[in-house]
Design a binder for this molecule. Sequence first.
Ligand code: OGA
Ligand code: MN
Length: 280
Amino acid sequence: MLHTRPLHPGFGIEVVGLDLSDPASDAAVDQLVKELDRHSLILVRGQTLSNARHVGISRRFGDLMTHVLKQFLTTGLPEIYVLSNVTEDGKPIGNHKEGWNWHSDLSYVAEPSMGSLLYAVEVPPVGADTLFASMHLAYEALPPEVQASIRHLSATHSYAGYYGKAFADREPLSDEQKARTPDVVHPLVRTHPVTGRLSLYVGQDIIKSVNGLPPEEGNALLDKLNRHAISEEFVYRHKWRQGDLIIWDNRCTMHCATPYEDTKYRRIMHRTTVAGTRPF
Ligand code: OGA
Ligand code: MN
């Protein structure tokens, strides 16, 4: 039996009294796998996870993906993608300013991630909250005529386009990285493959164009949908503590990092990314 409490009226639960470092918690993890479909986001606080255990738990959700930015896979386990402002021996140990815009993870590949498990190794005392928005709630709140007008539209997601905007001050992507991330087309409204529930599938910076509409009209629509999608009523703001683990469903949520005093404080976050299937 899991002990849970809600995080937001419409989605997200906290599970309490669970020690995920204990191998005996595997059965509970398998319950979390099921709960994720229903609640979209699960918080478990106060954990002490080794990298191996983090990966082990994550594997119970599915196969794991490795990030195209290999320079940030620095823990010795390639399944762990590090987000951090910390440098060691002059080299960043993780990607700083990753996710400082609304997105769902790996929407830029043909089979985007179904879920991510983000573990807080070291966090600043203030700032660096992460915002999570339910795309089920966002879609369901749209007027029926808007739902009908976007239901069969698709959009082109571009990692190269995103990278150029988000990390304009860095070395551009290598040819190999570009080859691994060609533009892909996904529906604007997707169906949760387990529950059948619909959600908006949008994002800032990552979407290059809406297909079948003149660019201006497509961009205006995207703007409108993105603004709607992150309305306060669909958003849960998480204030991290060291040892927090959040598991979210990339098929029906978006998230966004918020800034912190990155010259004063250290932040180290470890993410595993579970493979998904083609959105429909
Ligand atoms: C991620 C992400 C946001 C944050 O881990 O995928 O976007 O606040 N993180 O670190
Ligand atoms: Mn992310």
